[in-house]
Write a protein that binds this ligand. Structure first.
Ligand code: SF4
Length: 505
């Protein structure tokens, strides 16, 4: 029987297939080299843990020794009433856990504490009170539950609560017998029990599941392997926005598993059945279903992109194709890139922070706004892709409120000449692609990035490398990558304008 560990529970929540594939998947297809961005996050996590531990004061360090020795030492330390234990080891049956800390509570029980470098709660907006606005992260909650179950099984009576020390060093309590959410009435503990059972079954090959193309795949060592599987099997997750849950439902309720089979569906019959049986295709509305059918047809028949309505694309002297590079894990924006087109003249402008200080970030942003203000009023348009730029700018405004006021920023993004092309792509177009990311669409339109592995995540790693080396070539790689992102936005805008012309003619 294979061990259930906290990392297996974590993996299952990020991707339910990963647990099975790690053990039974084609090992030769798994990428062995660590992704540099994942490595960067890992190193940051380690540095953060070291910093927190250094400030703990007195604690019992059980980091060294074999797992068995550490297990014996952990039990002894708890029996002796040690106030704080670092890297203790807990085993029981097929459960194994190494909590960062075990803290003795006033009632004599022990509570697990995990040190994390991210936010302690889900969706905590900047400036809000975490306790009131956030809710426990499932990934953290299941890990704490595993440690608590181990403590209980080993005879250390404990309540269903644990703690997370987050990236800011703040300790947050996780009450694990509270409901997962407003709609999901299961408690975190029940959620953990279900997750654990699934993980046990997958680890021991009593259950199997399939890959599914999702956002989490990009950083996974199985990305190429699973992508090929989905392609070869014409899996339904090749259809844009049709994720694992809907794929599984379509598989089970309609007995279809391939993109090509969607064309055989009889919409009228399906809707009749939906009326009679509430559990049939539960949560898949008519609109969603018809989108799935349309996208499957576009994927299958190989025709080009489709634009569904006329667009407003302003006729102006200056068109700016704009993209930022930032490190969301540190809330730091290091580059504002603009590819400017003025008639036939084109040029790339960068507003870059050359170090990771607040002053450098502020200076780059101020120069960017200086440039925007220098353009002829109402005679320029700005194109960007996805809400990320807007969201990040509003967050940054709180850090640098003297650069631009909230009213000016709101007016900027509210202007009809400042256009998020992703909104248009999502609402008004379809493409014969499984993903509508800028990379996928621009490559489909034959645009090529100069970098062999272009990615926003890697750009963060390159910037960190530049901070260390101060080598101009390291900075140039980021600038080239950003310029290509901006140009890709221009290629997309031009294609939308072409499709728009076809509608008018
Ligand atoms: S590539 Fe995607 S589907 Fe495959 S194991 Fe990784 S996260 Fe899961």
């Amino acid at each position: 029987m294979k061990n259930v560990t906290s990392s297996k529970l974590y993996d299952y929540i990020v991707c339910p297939h990963r647990v099975w594939r790690d053990v039974y998947g084609p090992q030769e297809e798994k990428i062995q080299e660590a992704n540099p961005f994942v490595e960067l996050l890992w190193n940051r996590g380690v540095a953060h843990e070291e910093k927190i531990v250094a400030g703990l004061g007195e604690y019992l360090d059980l980091k060294e020794g074999s797992l068995q020795e550490r297990f014996v030492a952990t039990l002894k330390a708890m029996r002796d009433g040690a106030p704080l234990i670092y890297q203790g080891v807990l085993f029981f049956g097929n459960l194994k856990g190494i909590p960062d800390l075990l803290k003795k509570m006033p009632d004599g029980s022990y509570a697990p504490i995990e040190i994390k470098s991210g936010m302690g709660f889900e969706g905590t907006a900047e400036g809000e009170e975490e306790e009131s606005s956030g809710k426990p992260k499932k990934t953290y909650a299941v890990q704490l539950c595993l440690y608590i179950e181990l403590l209980q099984k080993l005879g250390f009576e404990t309540r269903k609560r644990g703690f997370i020390i987050d990236g800011t060093g703040k300790e947050m309590e996780y009450v694990l017998d509270q409901p997962v959410g407003k709609r999901d009435k299961r408690t975190f503990w029940e959620f953990y029990e279900e997750t654990k059972e699934q993980v046990e079954n997958l680890l021991n090959n009593k259950a199997q599941n399939k890959p599914a193309m999702a956002g989490s795949c990009k950083l996974c060592p199985w990305y190429k392997s699973c992508k090929n599987w989905c392609k070869e099997n014409k899996d339904l997750t090749n259809i844009f926005y049709l994720g694992r849950a809907k794929r599984d439902m379509l598989n089970e309720d309609l007995y279809i598993s391939k993109v090509g089979e969607i064309g055989q569906l009889d919409m009228r019959e399906i809707l009749e059945r939906k009326k009679k049986d509430k559990n049939f295709l539960k949560g898949v509305a008519e609109k969603t279903l018809s989108k799935i059918i349309t996208r499957a047809e576009i994927l299958e028949n190989g025709s080009g992109a489709v634009l569904y309505r006329k667009l407003y694309l302003p006729r102006v002297s200056y068109e700016l194709f704009f993209d930022i590079e930032d490190d969301p894990t540190q809330e730091f924006v290091y580059l504002h890139g603009v590819y400017e087109r003025n008639g036939k003249a084109e040029r790339f402008l960068d507003f870059t922070a050359r170090d990771n200080t607040l002053e450098a970030e502020r200076d780059a942003w101020q120069r960017f706004w200086g440039y925007i203000c220098s353009l002829p009023k109402d005679d320029f348009a700005v194109y960007y892709y996805s809400h990320h730029e807007k969201t990040t700018y509003f967050k940054m405004q709180k850090r640098h409120y003297d650069v631009i006021s909230i009213e000016e920023l709101t007016a900027f993004f509210g202007s009809s000449n400042v256009i998020d092309l992703y909104k248009i792509v999502l609402a008004d177009t379809d493409w014969p692609l499984g993903s509508y990311s800028l990379k996928e669409i621009a490559q489909y339109l034959k645009f090529k990035w100069r970098d062999e592995s272009p990615s926003g995540a890697l750009s963060i790693q390159w910037f960190n490398q530049y901070l260390e080396t101060q080598e101009p070539k390291d900075l140039q790689r980021i600038l080239d990558y950003n310029e290509d992102d901006c140009k890709a936005t221009m290629v997309l805008k031009d294609e939308l304008a072409r499709l728009d012309d076809l509608i008018s003619n």
